[in-house]
Design a protein around this ligand. Structure first.
Ligand code: FES
Length: 87
């Protein structure tokens, strides 16, 4: 599991192993738009201020993934213990 921190509020949300980051955000009342839920459409794209995403999407270009400043929470996870989201 890993944690998501909402930068604007400081709220910390735990993402369980059987949950997507997007599901955890929605369960915590954070409204992120979504569509495909498979990492292909880009609708759920979210800016990352700190931490390292574990990119599992097919939407971002390899160099965009390498920049680690955005991720697709419908499918991607984190390789650091916490991601701070620009929300
Ligand atoms: Fe389509 Fe996340 S909802 S990429």
């Amino acid at each position: 599991s890993f944690e998501l921190e909402i930068a604007s509020t400081g709220k910390v949300i735990k993402v369980l192993p059987d949950q997507t980051a997007l599901e955890a955000l929605h369960a915590a009342g954070v409204d992120i738009p979504m569509s495909c839920e498979q990492g292909v459409c880009g609708t759920c794209l979210t800016r990352v201020k700190a931490g390292t995403p574990d990119h599992r999407d097919q939407y971002l270009m390899p160099e965009e993934q390498a920049a680690n400043d955005q991720f697709l929470p419908c499918c991607s996870r984190a390789s650091s213990t916490r991601l701070v989201l620009d929300l």
